[in-house]
Ligand binder design. Structure first.
Ligand code: B4P
Length: 192
């Protein structure tokens, strides 16, 4: 199964993807994690990306497209994957479709995790304290939310138009949200 997780910053994509990995046994591909790891390693790409991420802006599409193509070319995705953080705009959504169509492995489902703005601000403020991520500071979160509404929200309609979209309520405990996701995926029978 090839799953795309969608949702605003702080909606719980990364959190849920990590739990889904345990239950579904598929790799979790997070573009945020890939970029932050590249920044930690101090690669040219990583350092360039870090200054963009710290401002809450989107990293250019050509960089993201190369990064995701390389990741999706590895053997561990043969039986599916959970994609988190990509696509983040319409150009990336189309690029992903082209990439996956070339290998005959299209997206099966896009899951939009819905969480209200107040909850998101609270969660990211909590993470800012715990993880000290520059992009979780209050002013940068405002920019990320603006970009989300302008650039990423149209991706929801894109998948809806292709009949692949399903919404899941992201409020409540992480376990509750996970159960909702597993239920829309009809994978309850695989759960131990
Ligand atoms: P990401 O790493 O994707 O950051 P994110 O949107 O905040 O999501 P994340 O998955 O980390 O957070 P989660 O909701 O799980 O991107 C960071 C940056 O990288 C972007 O701003 C951009 O600059 C760049 N980037 C990434 N992909 C890109 C692309 N494709 N194109 C261009 N640029 C790209 O968790 C948030 C917090 O909520 C956590 O503290 C968690 O503990 C908490 N939480 C989660 N679920 C909860 C629940 N049910 N209840 C209470 N708290 C919860």
């Amino acid at each position: 199964m090839r799953i795309v997780l969608l949702g605003a910053p702080g909606s719980g994509k990364g959190t849920q993807a990590a739990l889904m990995v345990e239950r579904l046994g598929m790799p979790h591909i997070s573009t945020g994690v890939l970029l932050r790891n590249a920044a930690k390693r101090g690669t040219e790409l990583g350092l360039k990306a870090k200054s963009i991420i710290d401002q809450g802006e989107l990293v250019p599409d050509d960089i993201m497209s190369d990064m995701i193509e390389e990741r999706l070319s590895r053997d561990d995705v043969a039986n599916g994957f959970i994609l988190d953080g990509y696509p983040r705009n319409l150009a990336q959504a189309k690029s992903l479709d082209e990439m996956l169509e070339r290998v005959g492995q299209p997206v099966d489902v896009a899951i939009q995790i819905d969480v209200g703005p107040e909850q998101i601000i609270k969660r990211l403020a909590g993470r800012a304290e715990q993880e000290n991520r520059a992009d979780d500071s209050e002013d940068i979160v405002g920019n990320r939310m603006r970009i989300y509404h302008e650039k990423t929200a149209p991706v929801i309609d894109y998948y809806a138009g292709r009949g692949l979209l399903t919404h899941v309520l992201g409020d409540g405990s992480v376990e509750d949200v996970l159960e909702r996701i597993l239920s829309v995926l009809n994978v309850d029978s695989l759960v131990s």
